[in-house]
Design a protein around this ligand. Structure first.
Ligand SMILES: Nc1ncnc2c1ncn2[C@@H]1O[C@H](COP(=O)(O)OP(=O)(O)OP(=O)(O)O)[C@@H](O)[C@H]1O
Ligand SMILES: Nc1ccn([C@H]2C[C@H](O)[C@@H](COP(=O)(O)O)O2)c(=O)n1
Length: 293
């Protein structure tokens, strides 16, 4: 069997979903800081696109004309004027849709996401606020052939989300009560079915986002932290050596980024032995959870 070369390796993608104001952006910032992902917010990319007037020309793949003589200079100037009009129009279209709480066509959003991913040297991404509807989801998978590792879903009641958005104060055109109501409706009708779709595939990790920021992040950390598996078929003492090497005291390792989830898939004496040893040294360890099943 051939090996997959680095060039063919797909990036790891976590979709971050939740209602408007549920705290996606806030938590993504902490994930970036603690786990090193690159955060791509679909909403931020669209807002940046409006600001840039689409001058970078990514929406259409138009090629520059080489300039030989005066006539071509004229053609080139006209071409730029037409292009600017066209891109201005796309920017206006995005702006109007955001103001109305509507979802921008997938083609535009996916191109922005793809561009940002290609420009990044990272191989793990948090894609925040995307996919917002079934069209977003199907188009992203068809175009990029990327399946998310999982969906981080921030579950928060509307009243709390409304309170948060109304005190956000970032000057967003859609942070007003009229647009907020429309965004809630779109979330219920178009975005929740996407969460349900991934839930049916066992890919949703739900977090209670109504709690204070730090508490929400504790739950997020427990989800994002890579799970370290232990080969439980080996003799008990050997298994415990591996366990010890995973659960290293804070002062010996920079363990701030690797709080431990321990999955040992064997019952009986092994479980008792590990629990007993683990209990004995638990206080000095940086383990957030010990999952023994
Ligand atoms: N757990 C929390 N408790 C209280 N306030 C919060 C919490 N999380 C975020 N906030 C605040 O709520 C507001 C909305 O948060 P944030 O921008 O992260 O939400 P979002 O889900 O990214 O929103 P949107 O989808 O509208 O972009 C911000 O002002 C943020 O500081
Ligand atoms: N996949 C997406 C993501 C966002 N938008 C538009 C519509 C949203 O109301 C707006 C703001 O997004 P947020 O910052 O709240 O994630 O951006 C979209 O059309 N498609």
């Amino acid at each position: 069997m051939g090996t997959v070369s680095d060039a063919e390796k797909k990036p790891t993608v976590i979709f971050v979903l939740g209602g408007p104001g549920s705290g996606k952006g806030t938590q993504c910032a902490s994930i970036v800081e603690n786990f090193g992902h690159t955060h791509l917010s679909a909403g931020d990319l669209l807002r940046a696109e409006i600001k840039s007037g689409s001058e970078n020309g990514m929406t259409l793949n138009l090629h520059l004309i080489e300039i030989y003589d005066e006539q071509q200079v004229m053609v080139y100037t006209k071409f730029r004027q037409i292009r600017k009009l066209f891109f201005d129009e796309i920017g206006t279209m995005i702006q109007n849709m955001i103001k109305e709480g509507k979802i921008v066509p997938s083609e535009v959003t996916i191109k922005l996401l793809q561009k940002a991913m290609h420009e990044s040297e990272n191989d793990k991404f948090l894609i925040d606020g995307f996919p917002r509807n079934e069209e977003n989801r199907a188009a992203f998978e068809a175009v990029t052939k990327i399946e998310p590792a999982f969906v981080l879903f921030f579950d928060c009641p509307e009243e709390e989300m409304e309170r948060r958005i109304l005190s956000r104060n970032e000057g967003r055109v859609d942070d007003n009560i009229e647009t907020i109501r429309k965004r809630f409706k779109v979330f219920q009708e178009s975005s929740l079915p996407v969460v349900e779709y991934y839930d049916s595939k066992g890919k949703v990790r739900k977090v209670d986002a109504a709690k204070p920021v730090e508490e929400v992040f504790e739950a997020v950390k427990a989800i994002i932290t890579p799970k370290e598996k232990v080969d439980a078929a080996k003799p008990v003492e050997e298994v415990f050596e591996v366990v010890k090497s995973i659960i290293t005291p804070k002062e010996e390792k920079d363990s701030s980024k690797r709080s431990v989830h321990l999955c040992v898939t064997k019952h009986g004496t092994l479980k008792e032995h590990l629990l007993c040893k683990f209990e004995a040294c638990k206080d000095s360890l940086n383990a957030t959870q010990c999952l023994l099943s």
